[in-house]
Design a protein around this ligand. Structure first.
Ligand code: PSU
Ligand code: MN
Length: 310
């Protein structure tokens, strides 16, 4: 029988020895970026994790097994298959596993895998959130509910303004999720450093973020922590230029009647085309930046756990 989930030997070994592990999602590979940049980015991300003293754990469903620690070959497969791979959020997991097929995990799906494996830190680009007009459509990503129940520290570059960022922050507050700005008081908006909204707390070092996350576990508080890391200045995009193209993508989605799980991938693809790849370059760089911060947090957390065990 197929195992429903498995850890790669390297990830299992790191976790049992208390070494820092950083989880990575795969919907960003299959649905978030075009081939071949998606594969190049995912492999570079794994390299950056190693260079920063941690073990990478890219998560996906491969042939029905929720795989925590994909091989390069599996990453290549997900990238090549692109949107023909099933996008797997929490609700999709049991079906994809039962059907023994392939799937790319979203932030929610990957957080759940972190819980199974015992991984504390996860790096990505952007999280899903409350879409614009979600007060009427109810289109609120399952990522937000996952944060309520699943204990992982997730590093991202904020939320794209394809979402209603204010409403997304309200949803996180309701769910008891702390939003921590790394070296910033402002909630970043993915392509830009600011969104006009504030974060709950600003912390300036990976050590302080790890301390806050560690305190959460000591208090037995379930649920995630969101760490928002602004895109580096040299890669950030002009606010008016990106806003204009996001508006165009949103109006195309409305004209075509795009809904449900297609919405986010459609908008990401449309924005990349409208900006002739400029947004893709920004997207790639902000992921690298998030991965470096996530490694710092994972290393500090593993040190804190060792000190705590003494
Ligand atoms: N936002 C991005 N890039 C992405 C995603 C979101 O900037 O690749 C992906 C993530 O995997 C996220 C998912 O978890 O989209 C959210 O999809 P939905 O809104 O359908 O829950
Ligand atoms: Mn949705």
């Amino acid at each position: 029988m197929n195992r429903v989930y498995k850890l790669s030997p390297e990830v299992a070994d790191a976790l049992s020895n208390g070494l820092p592990v950083v989880a990575l999602e795969s919907t960003i590979i299959s649905h978030g970026m075009p081939y071949p940049q998606n594969v190049q980015t995912a492999l570079t991300v794994e390299r950056i994790v190693r260079e920063n003293g941690c073990v990478p754990a890219t998560v996906a469903v491969i042939g029905g097994t929720l795989t925590i620690g994909c091989s390069d070959k599996e990453i290549e497969l997900l990238g090549k298959k692109g949107t023909s791979v099933i996008k797997v959020s929490r609700r999709d997991l049991p079906i994809v596993v039962a059907k023994q097929t392939d799937g790319a995990t979203t932030v929610a799906g990957t957080m759940y895998a972190c819980k199974l494996a015992g991984i504390d830190v996860f790096a990505t680009g952007g999280i899903g959130g409350a879409h614009r007009h979600s007060d009427k459509t109810m289109d609120i990503s399952a990522d937000l509910d996952e944060f309520q129940q699943t204990s992982v520290a997730v590093v991202c570059a904020g939320a794209k303004s394809i979402l209603d960022i204010g409403l997304t922050l309200e949803c996180l507050e309701t769910r008891g999720v702390p939003v921590i700005g790394y070296k910033t008081d402002d909630m970043p908006a993915f392509y830009t450093q600011k969104s006009g909204f504030k974060v709950d707390y600003r912390l300036d070092t990976a050590r302080e973020i790890a301390q806050a996350y560690y305190a959460k576990t000591q208090l037995n508080l379930q649920g995630g922590m969101l760490i928002v890391n602004p895109i580096p200045d040299e890669y950030s995009m002009d606010y008016d230029y990106i806003s204009h193209n996001i508006e165009r993508a949103l109006s195309d989605a409305a004209d075509l009647g795009i809904s449900g799980k297609q919405t986010t991938p459609f908008l990401l693809d449309r924005i990349q085309r409208l900006t002739e790849g400029k947004s893709l370059e920004a997207n790639i760089q902000l992921v690298y930046n998030n991965v470096r911060l996530a490694c710092g947090i994972a290393r500090e957390l593993s040190a804190l756990r060792k000190e705590g065990a003494k």
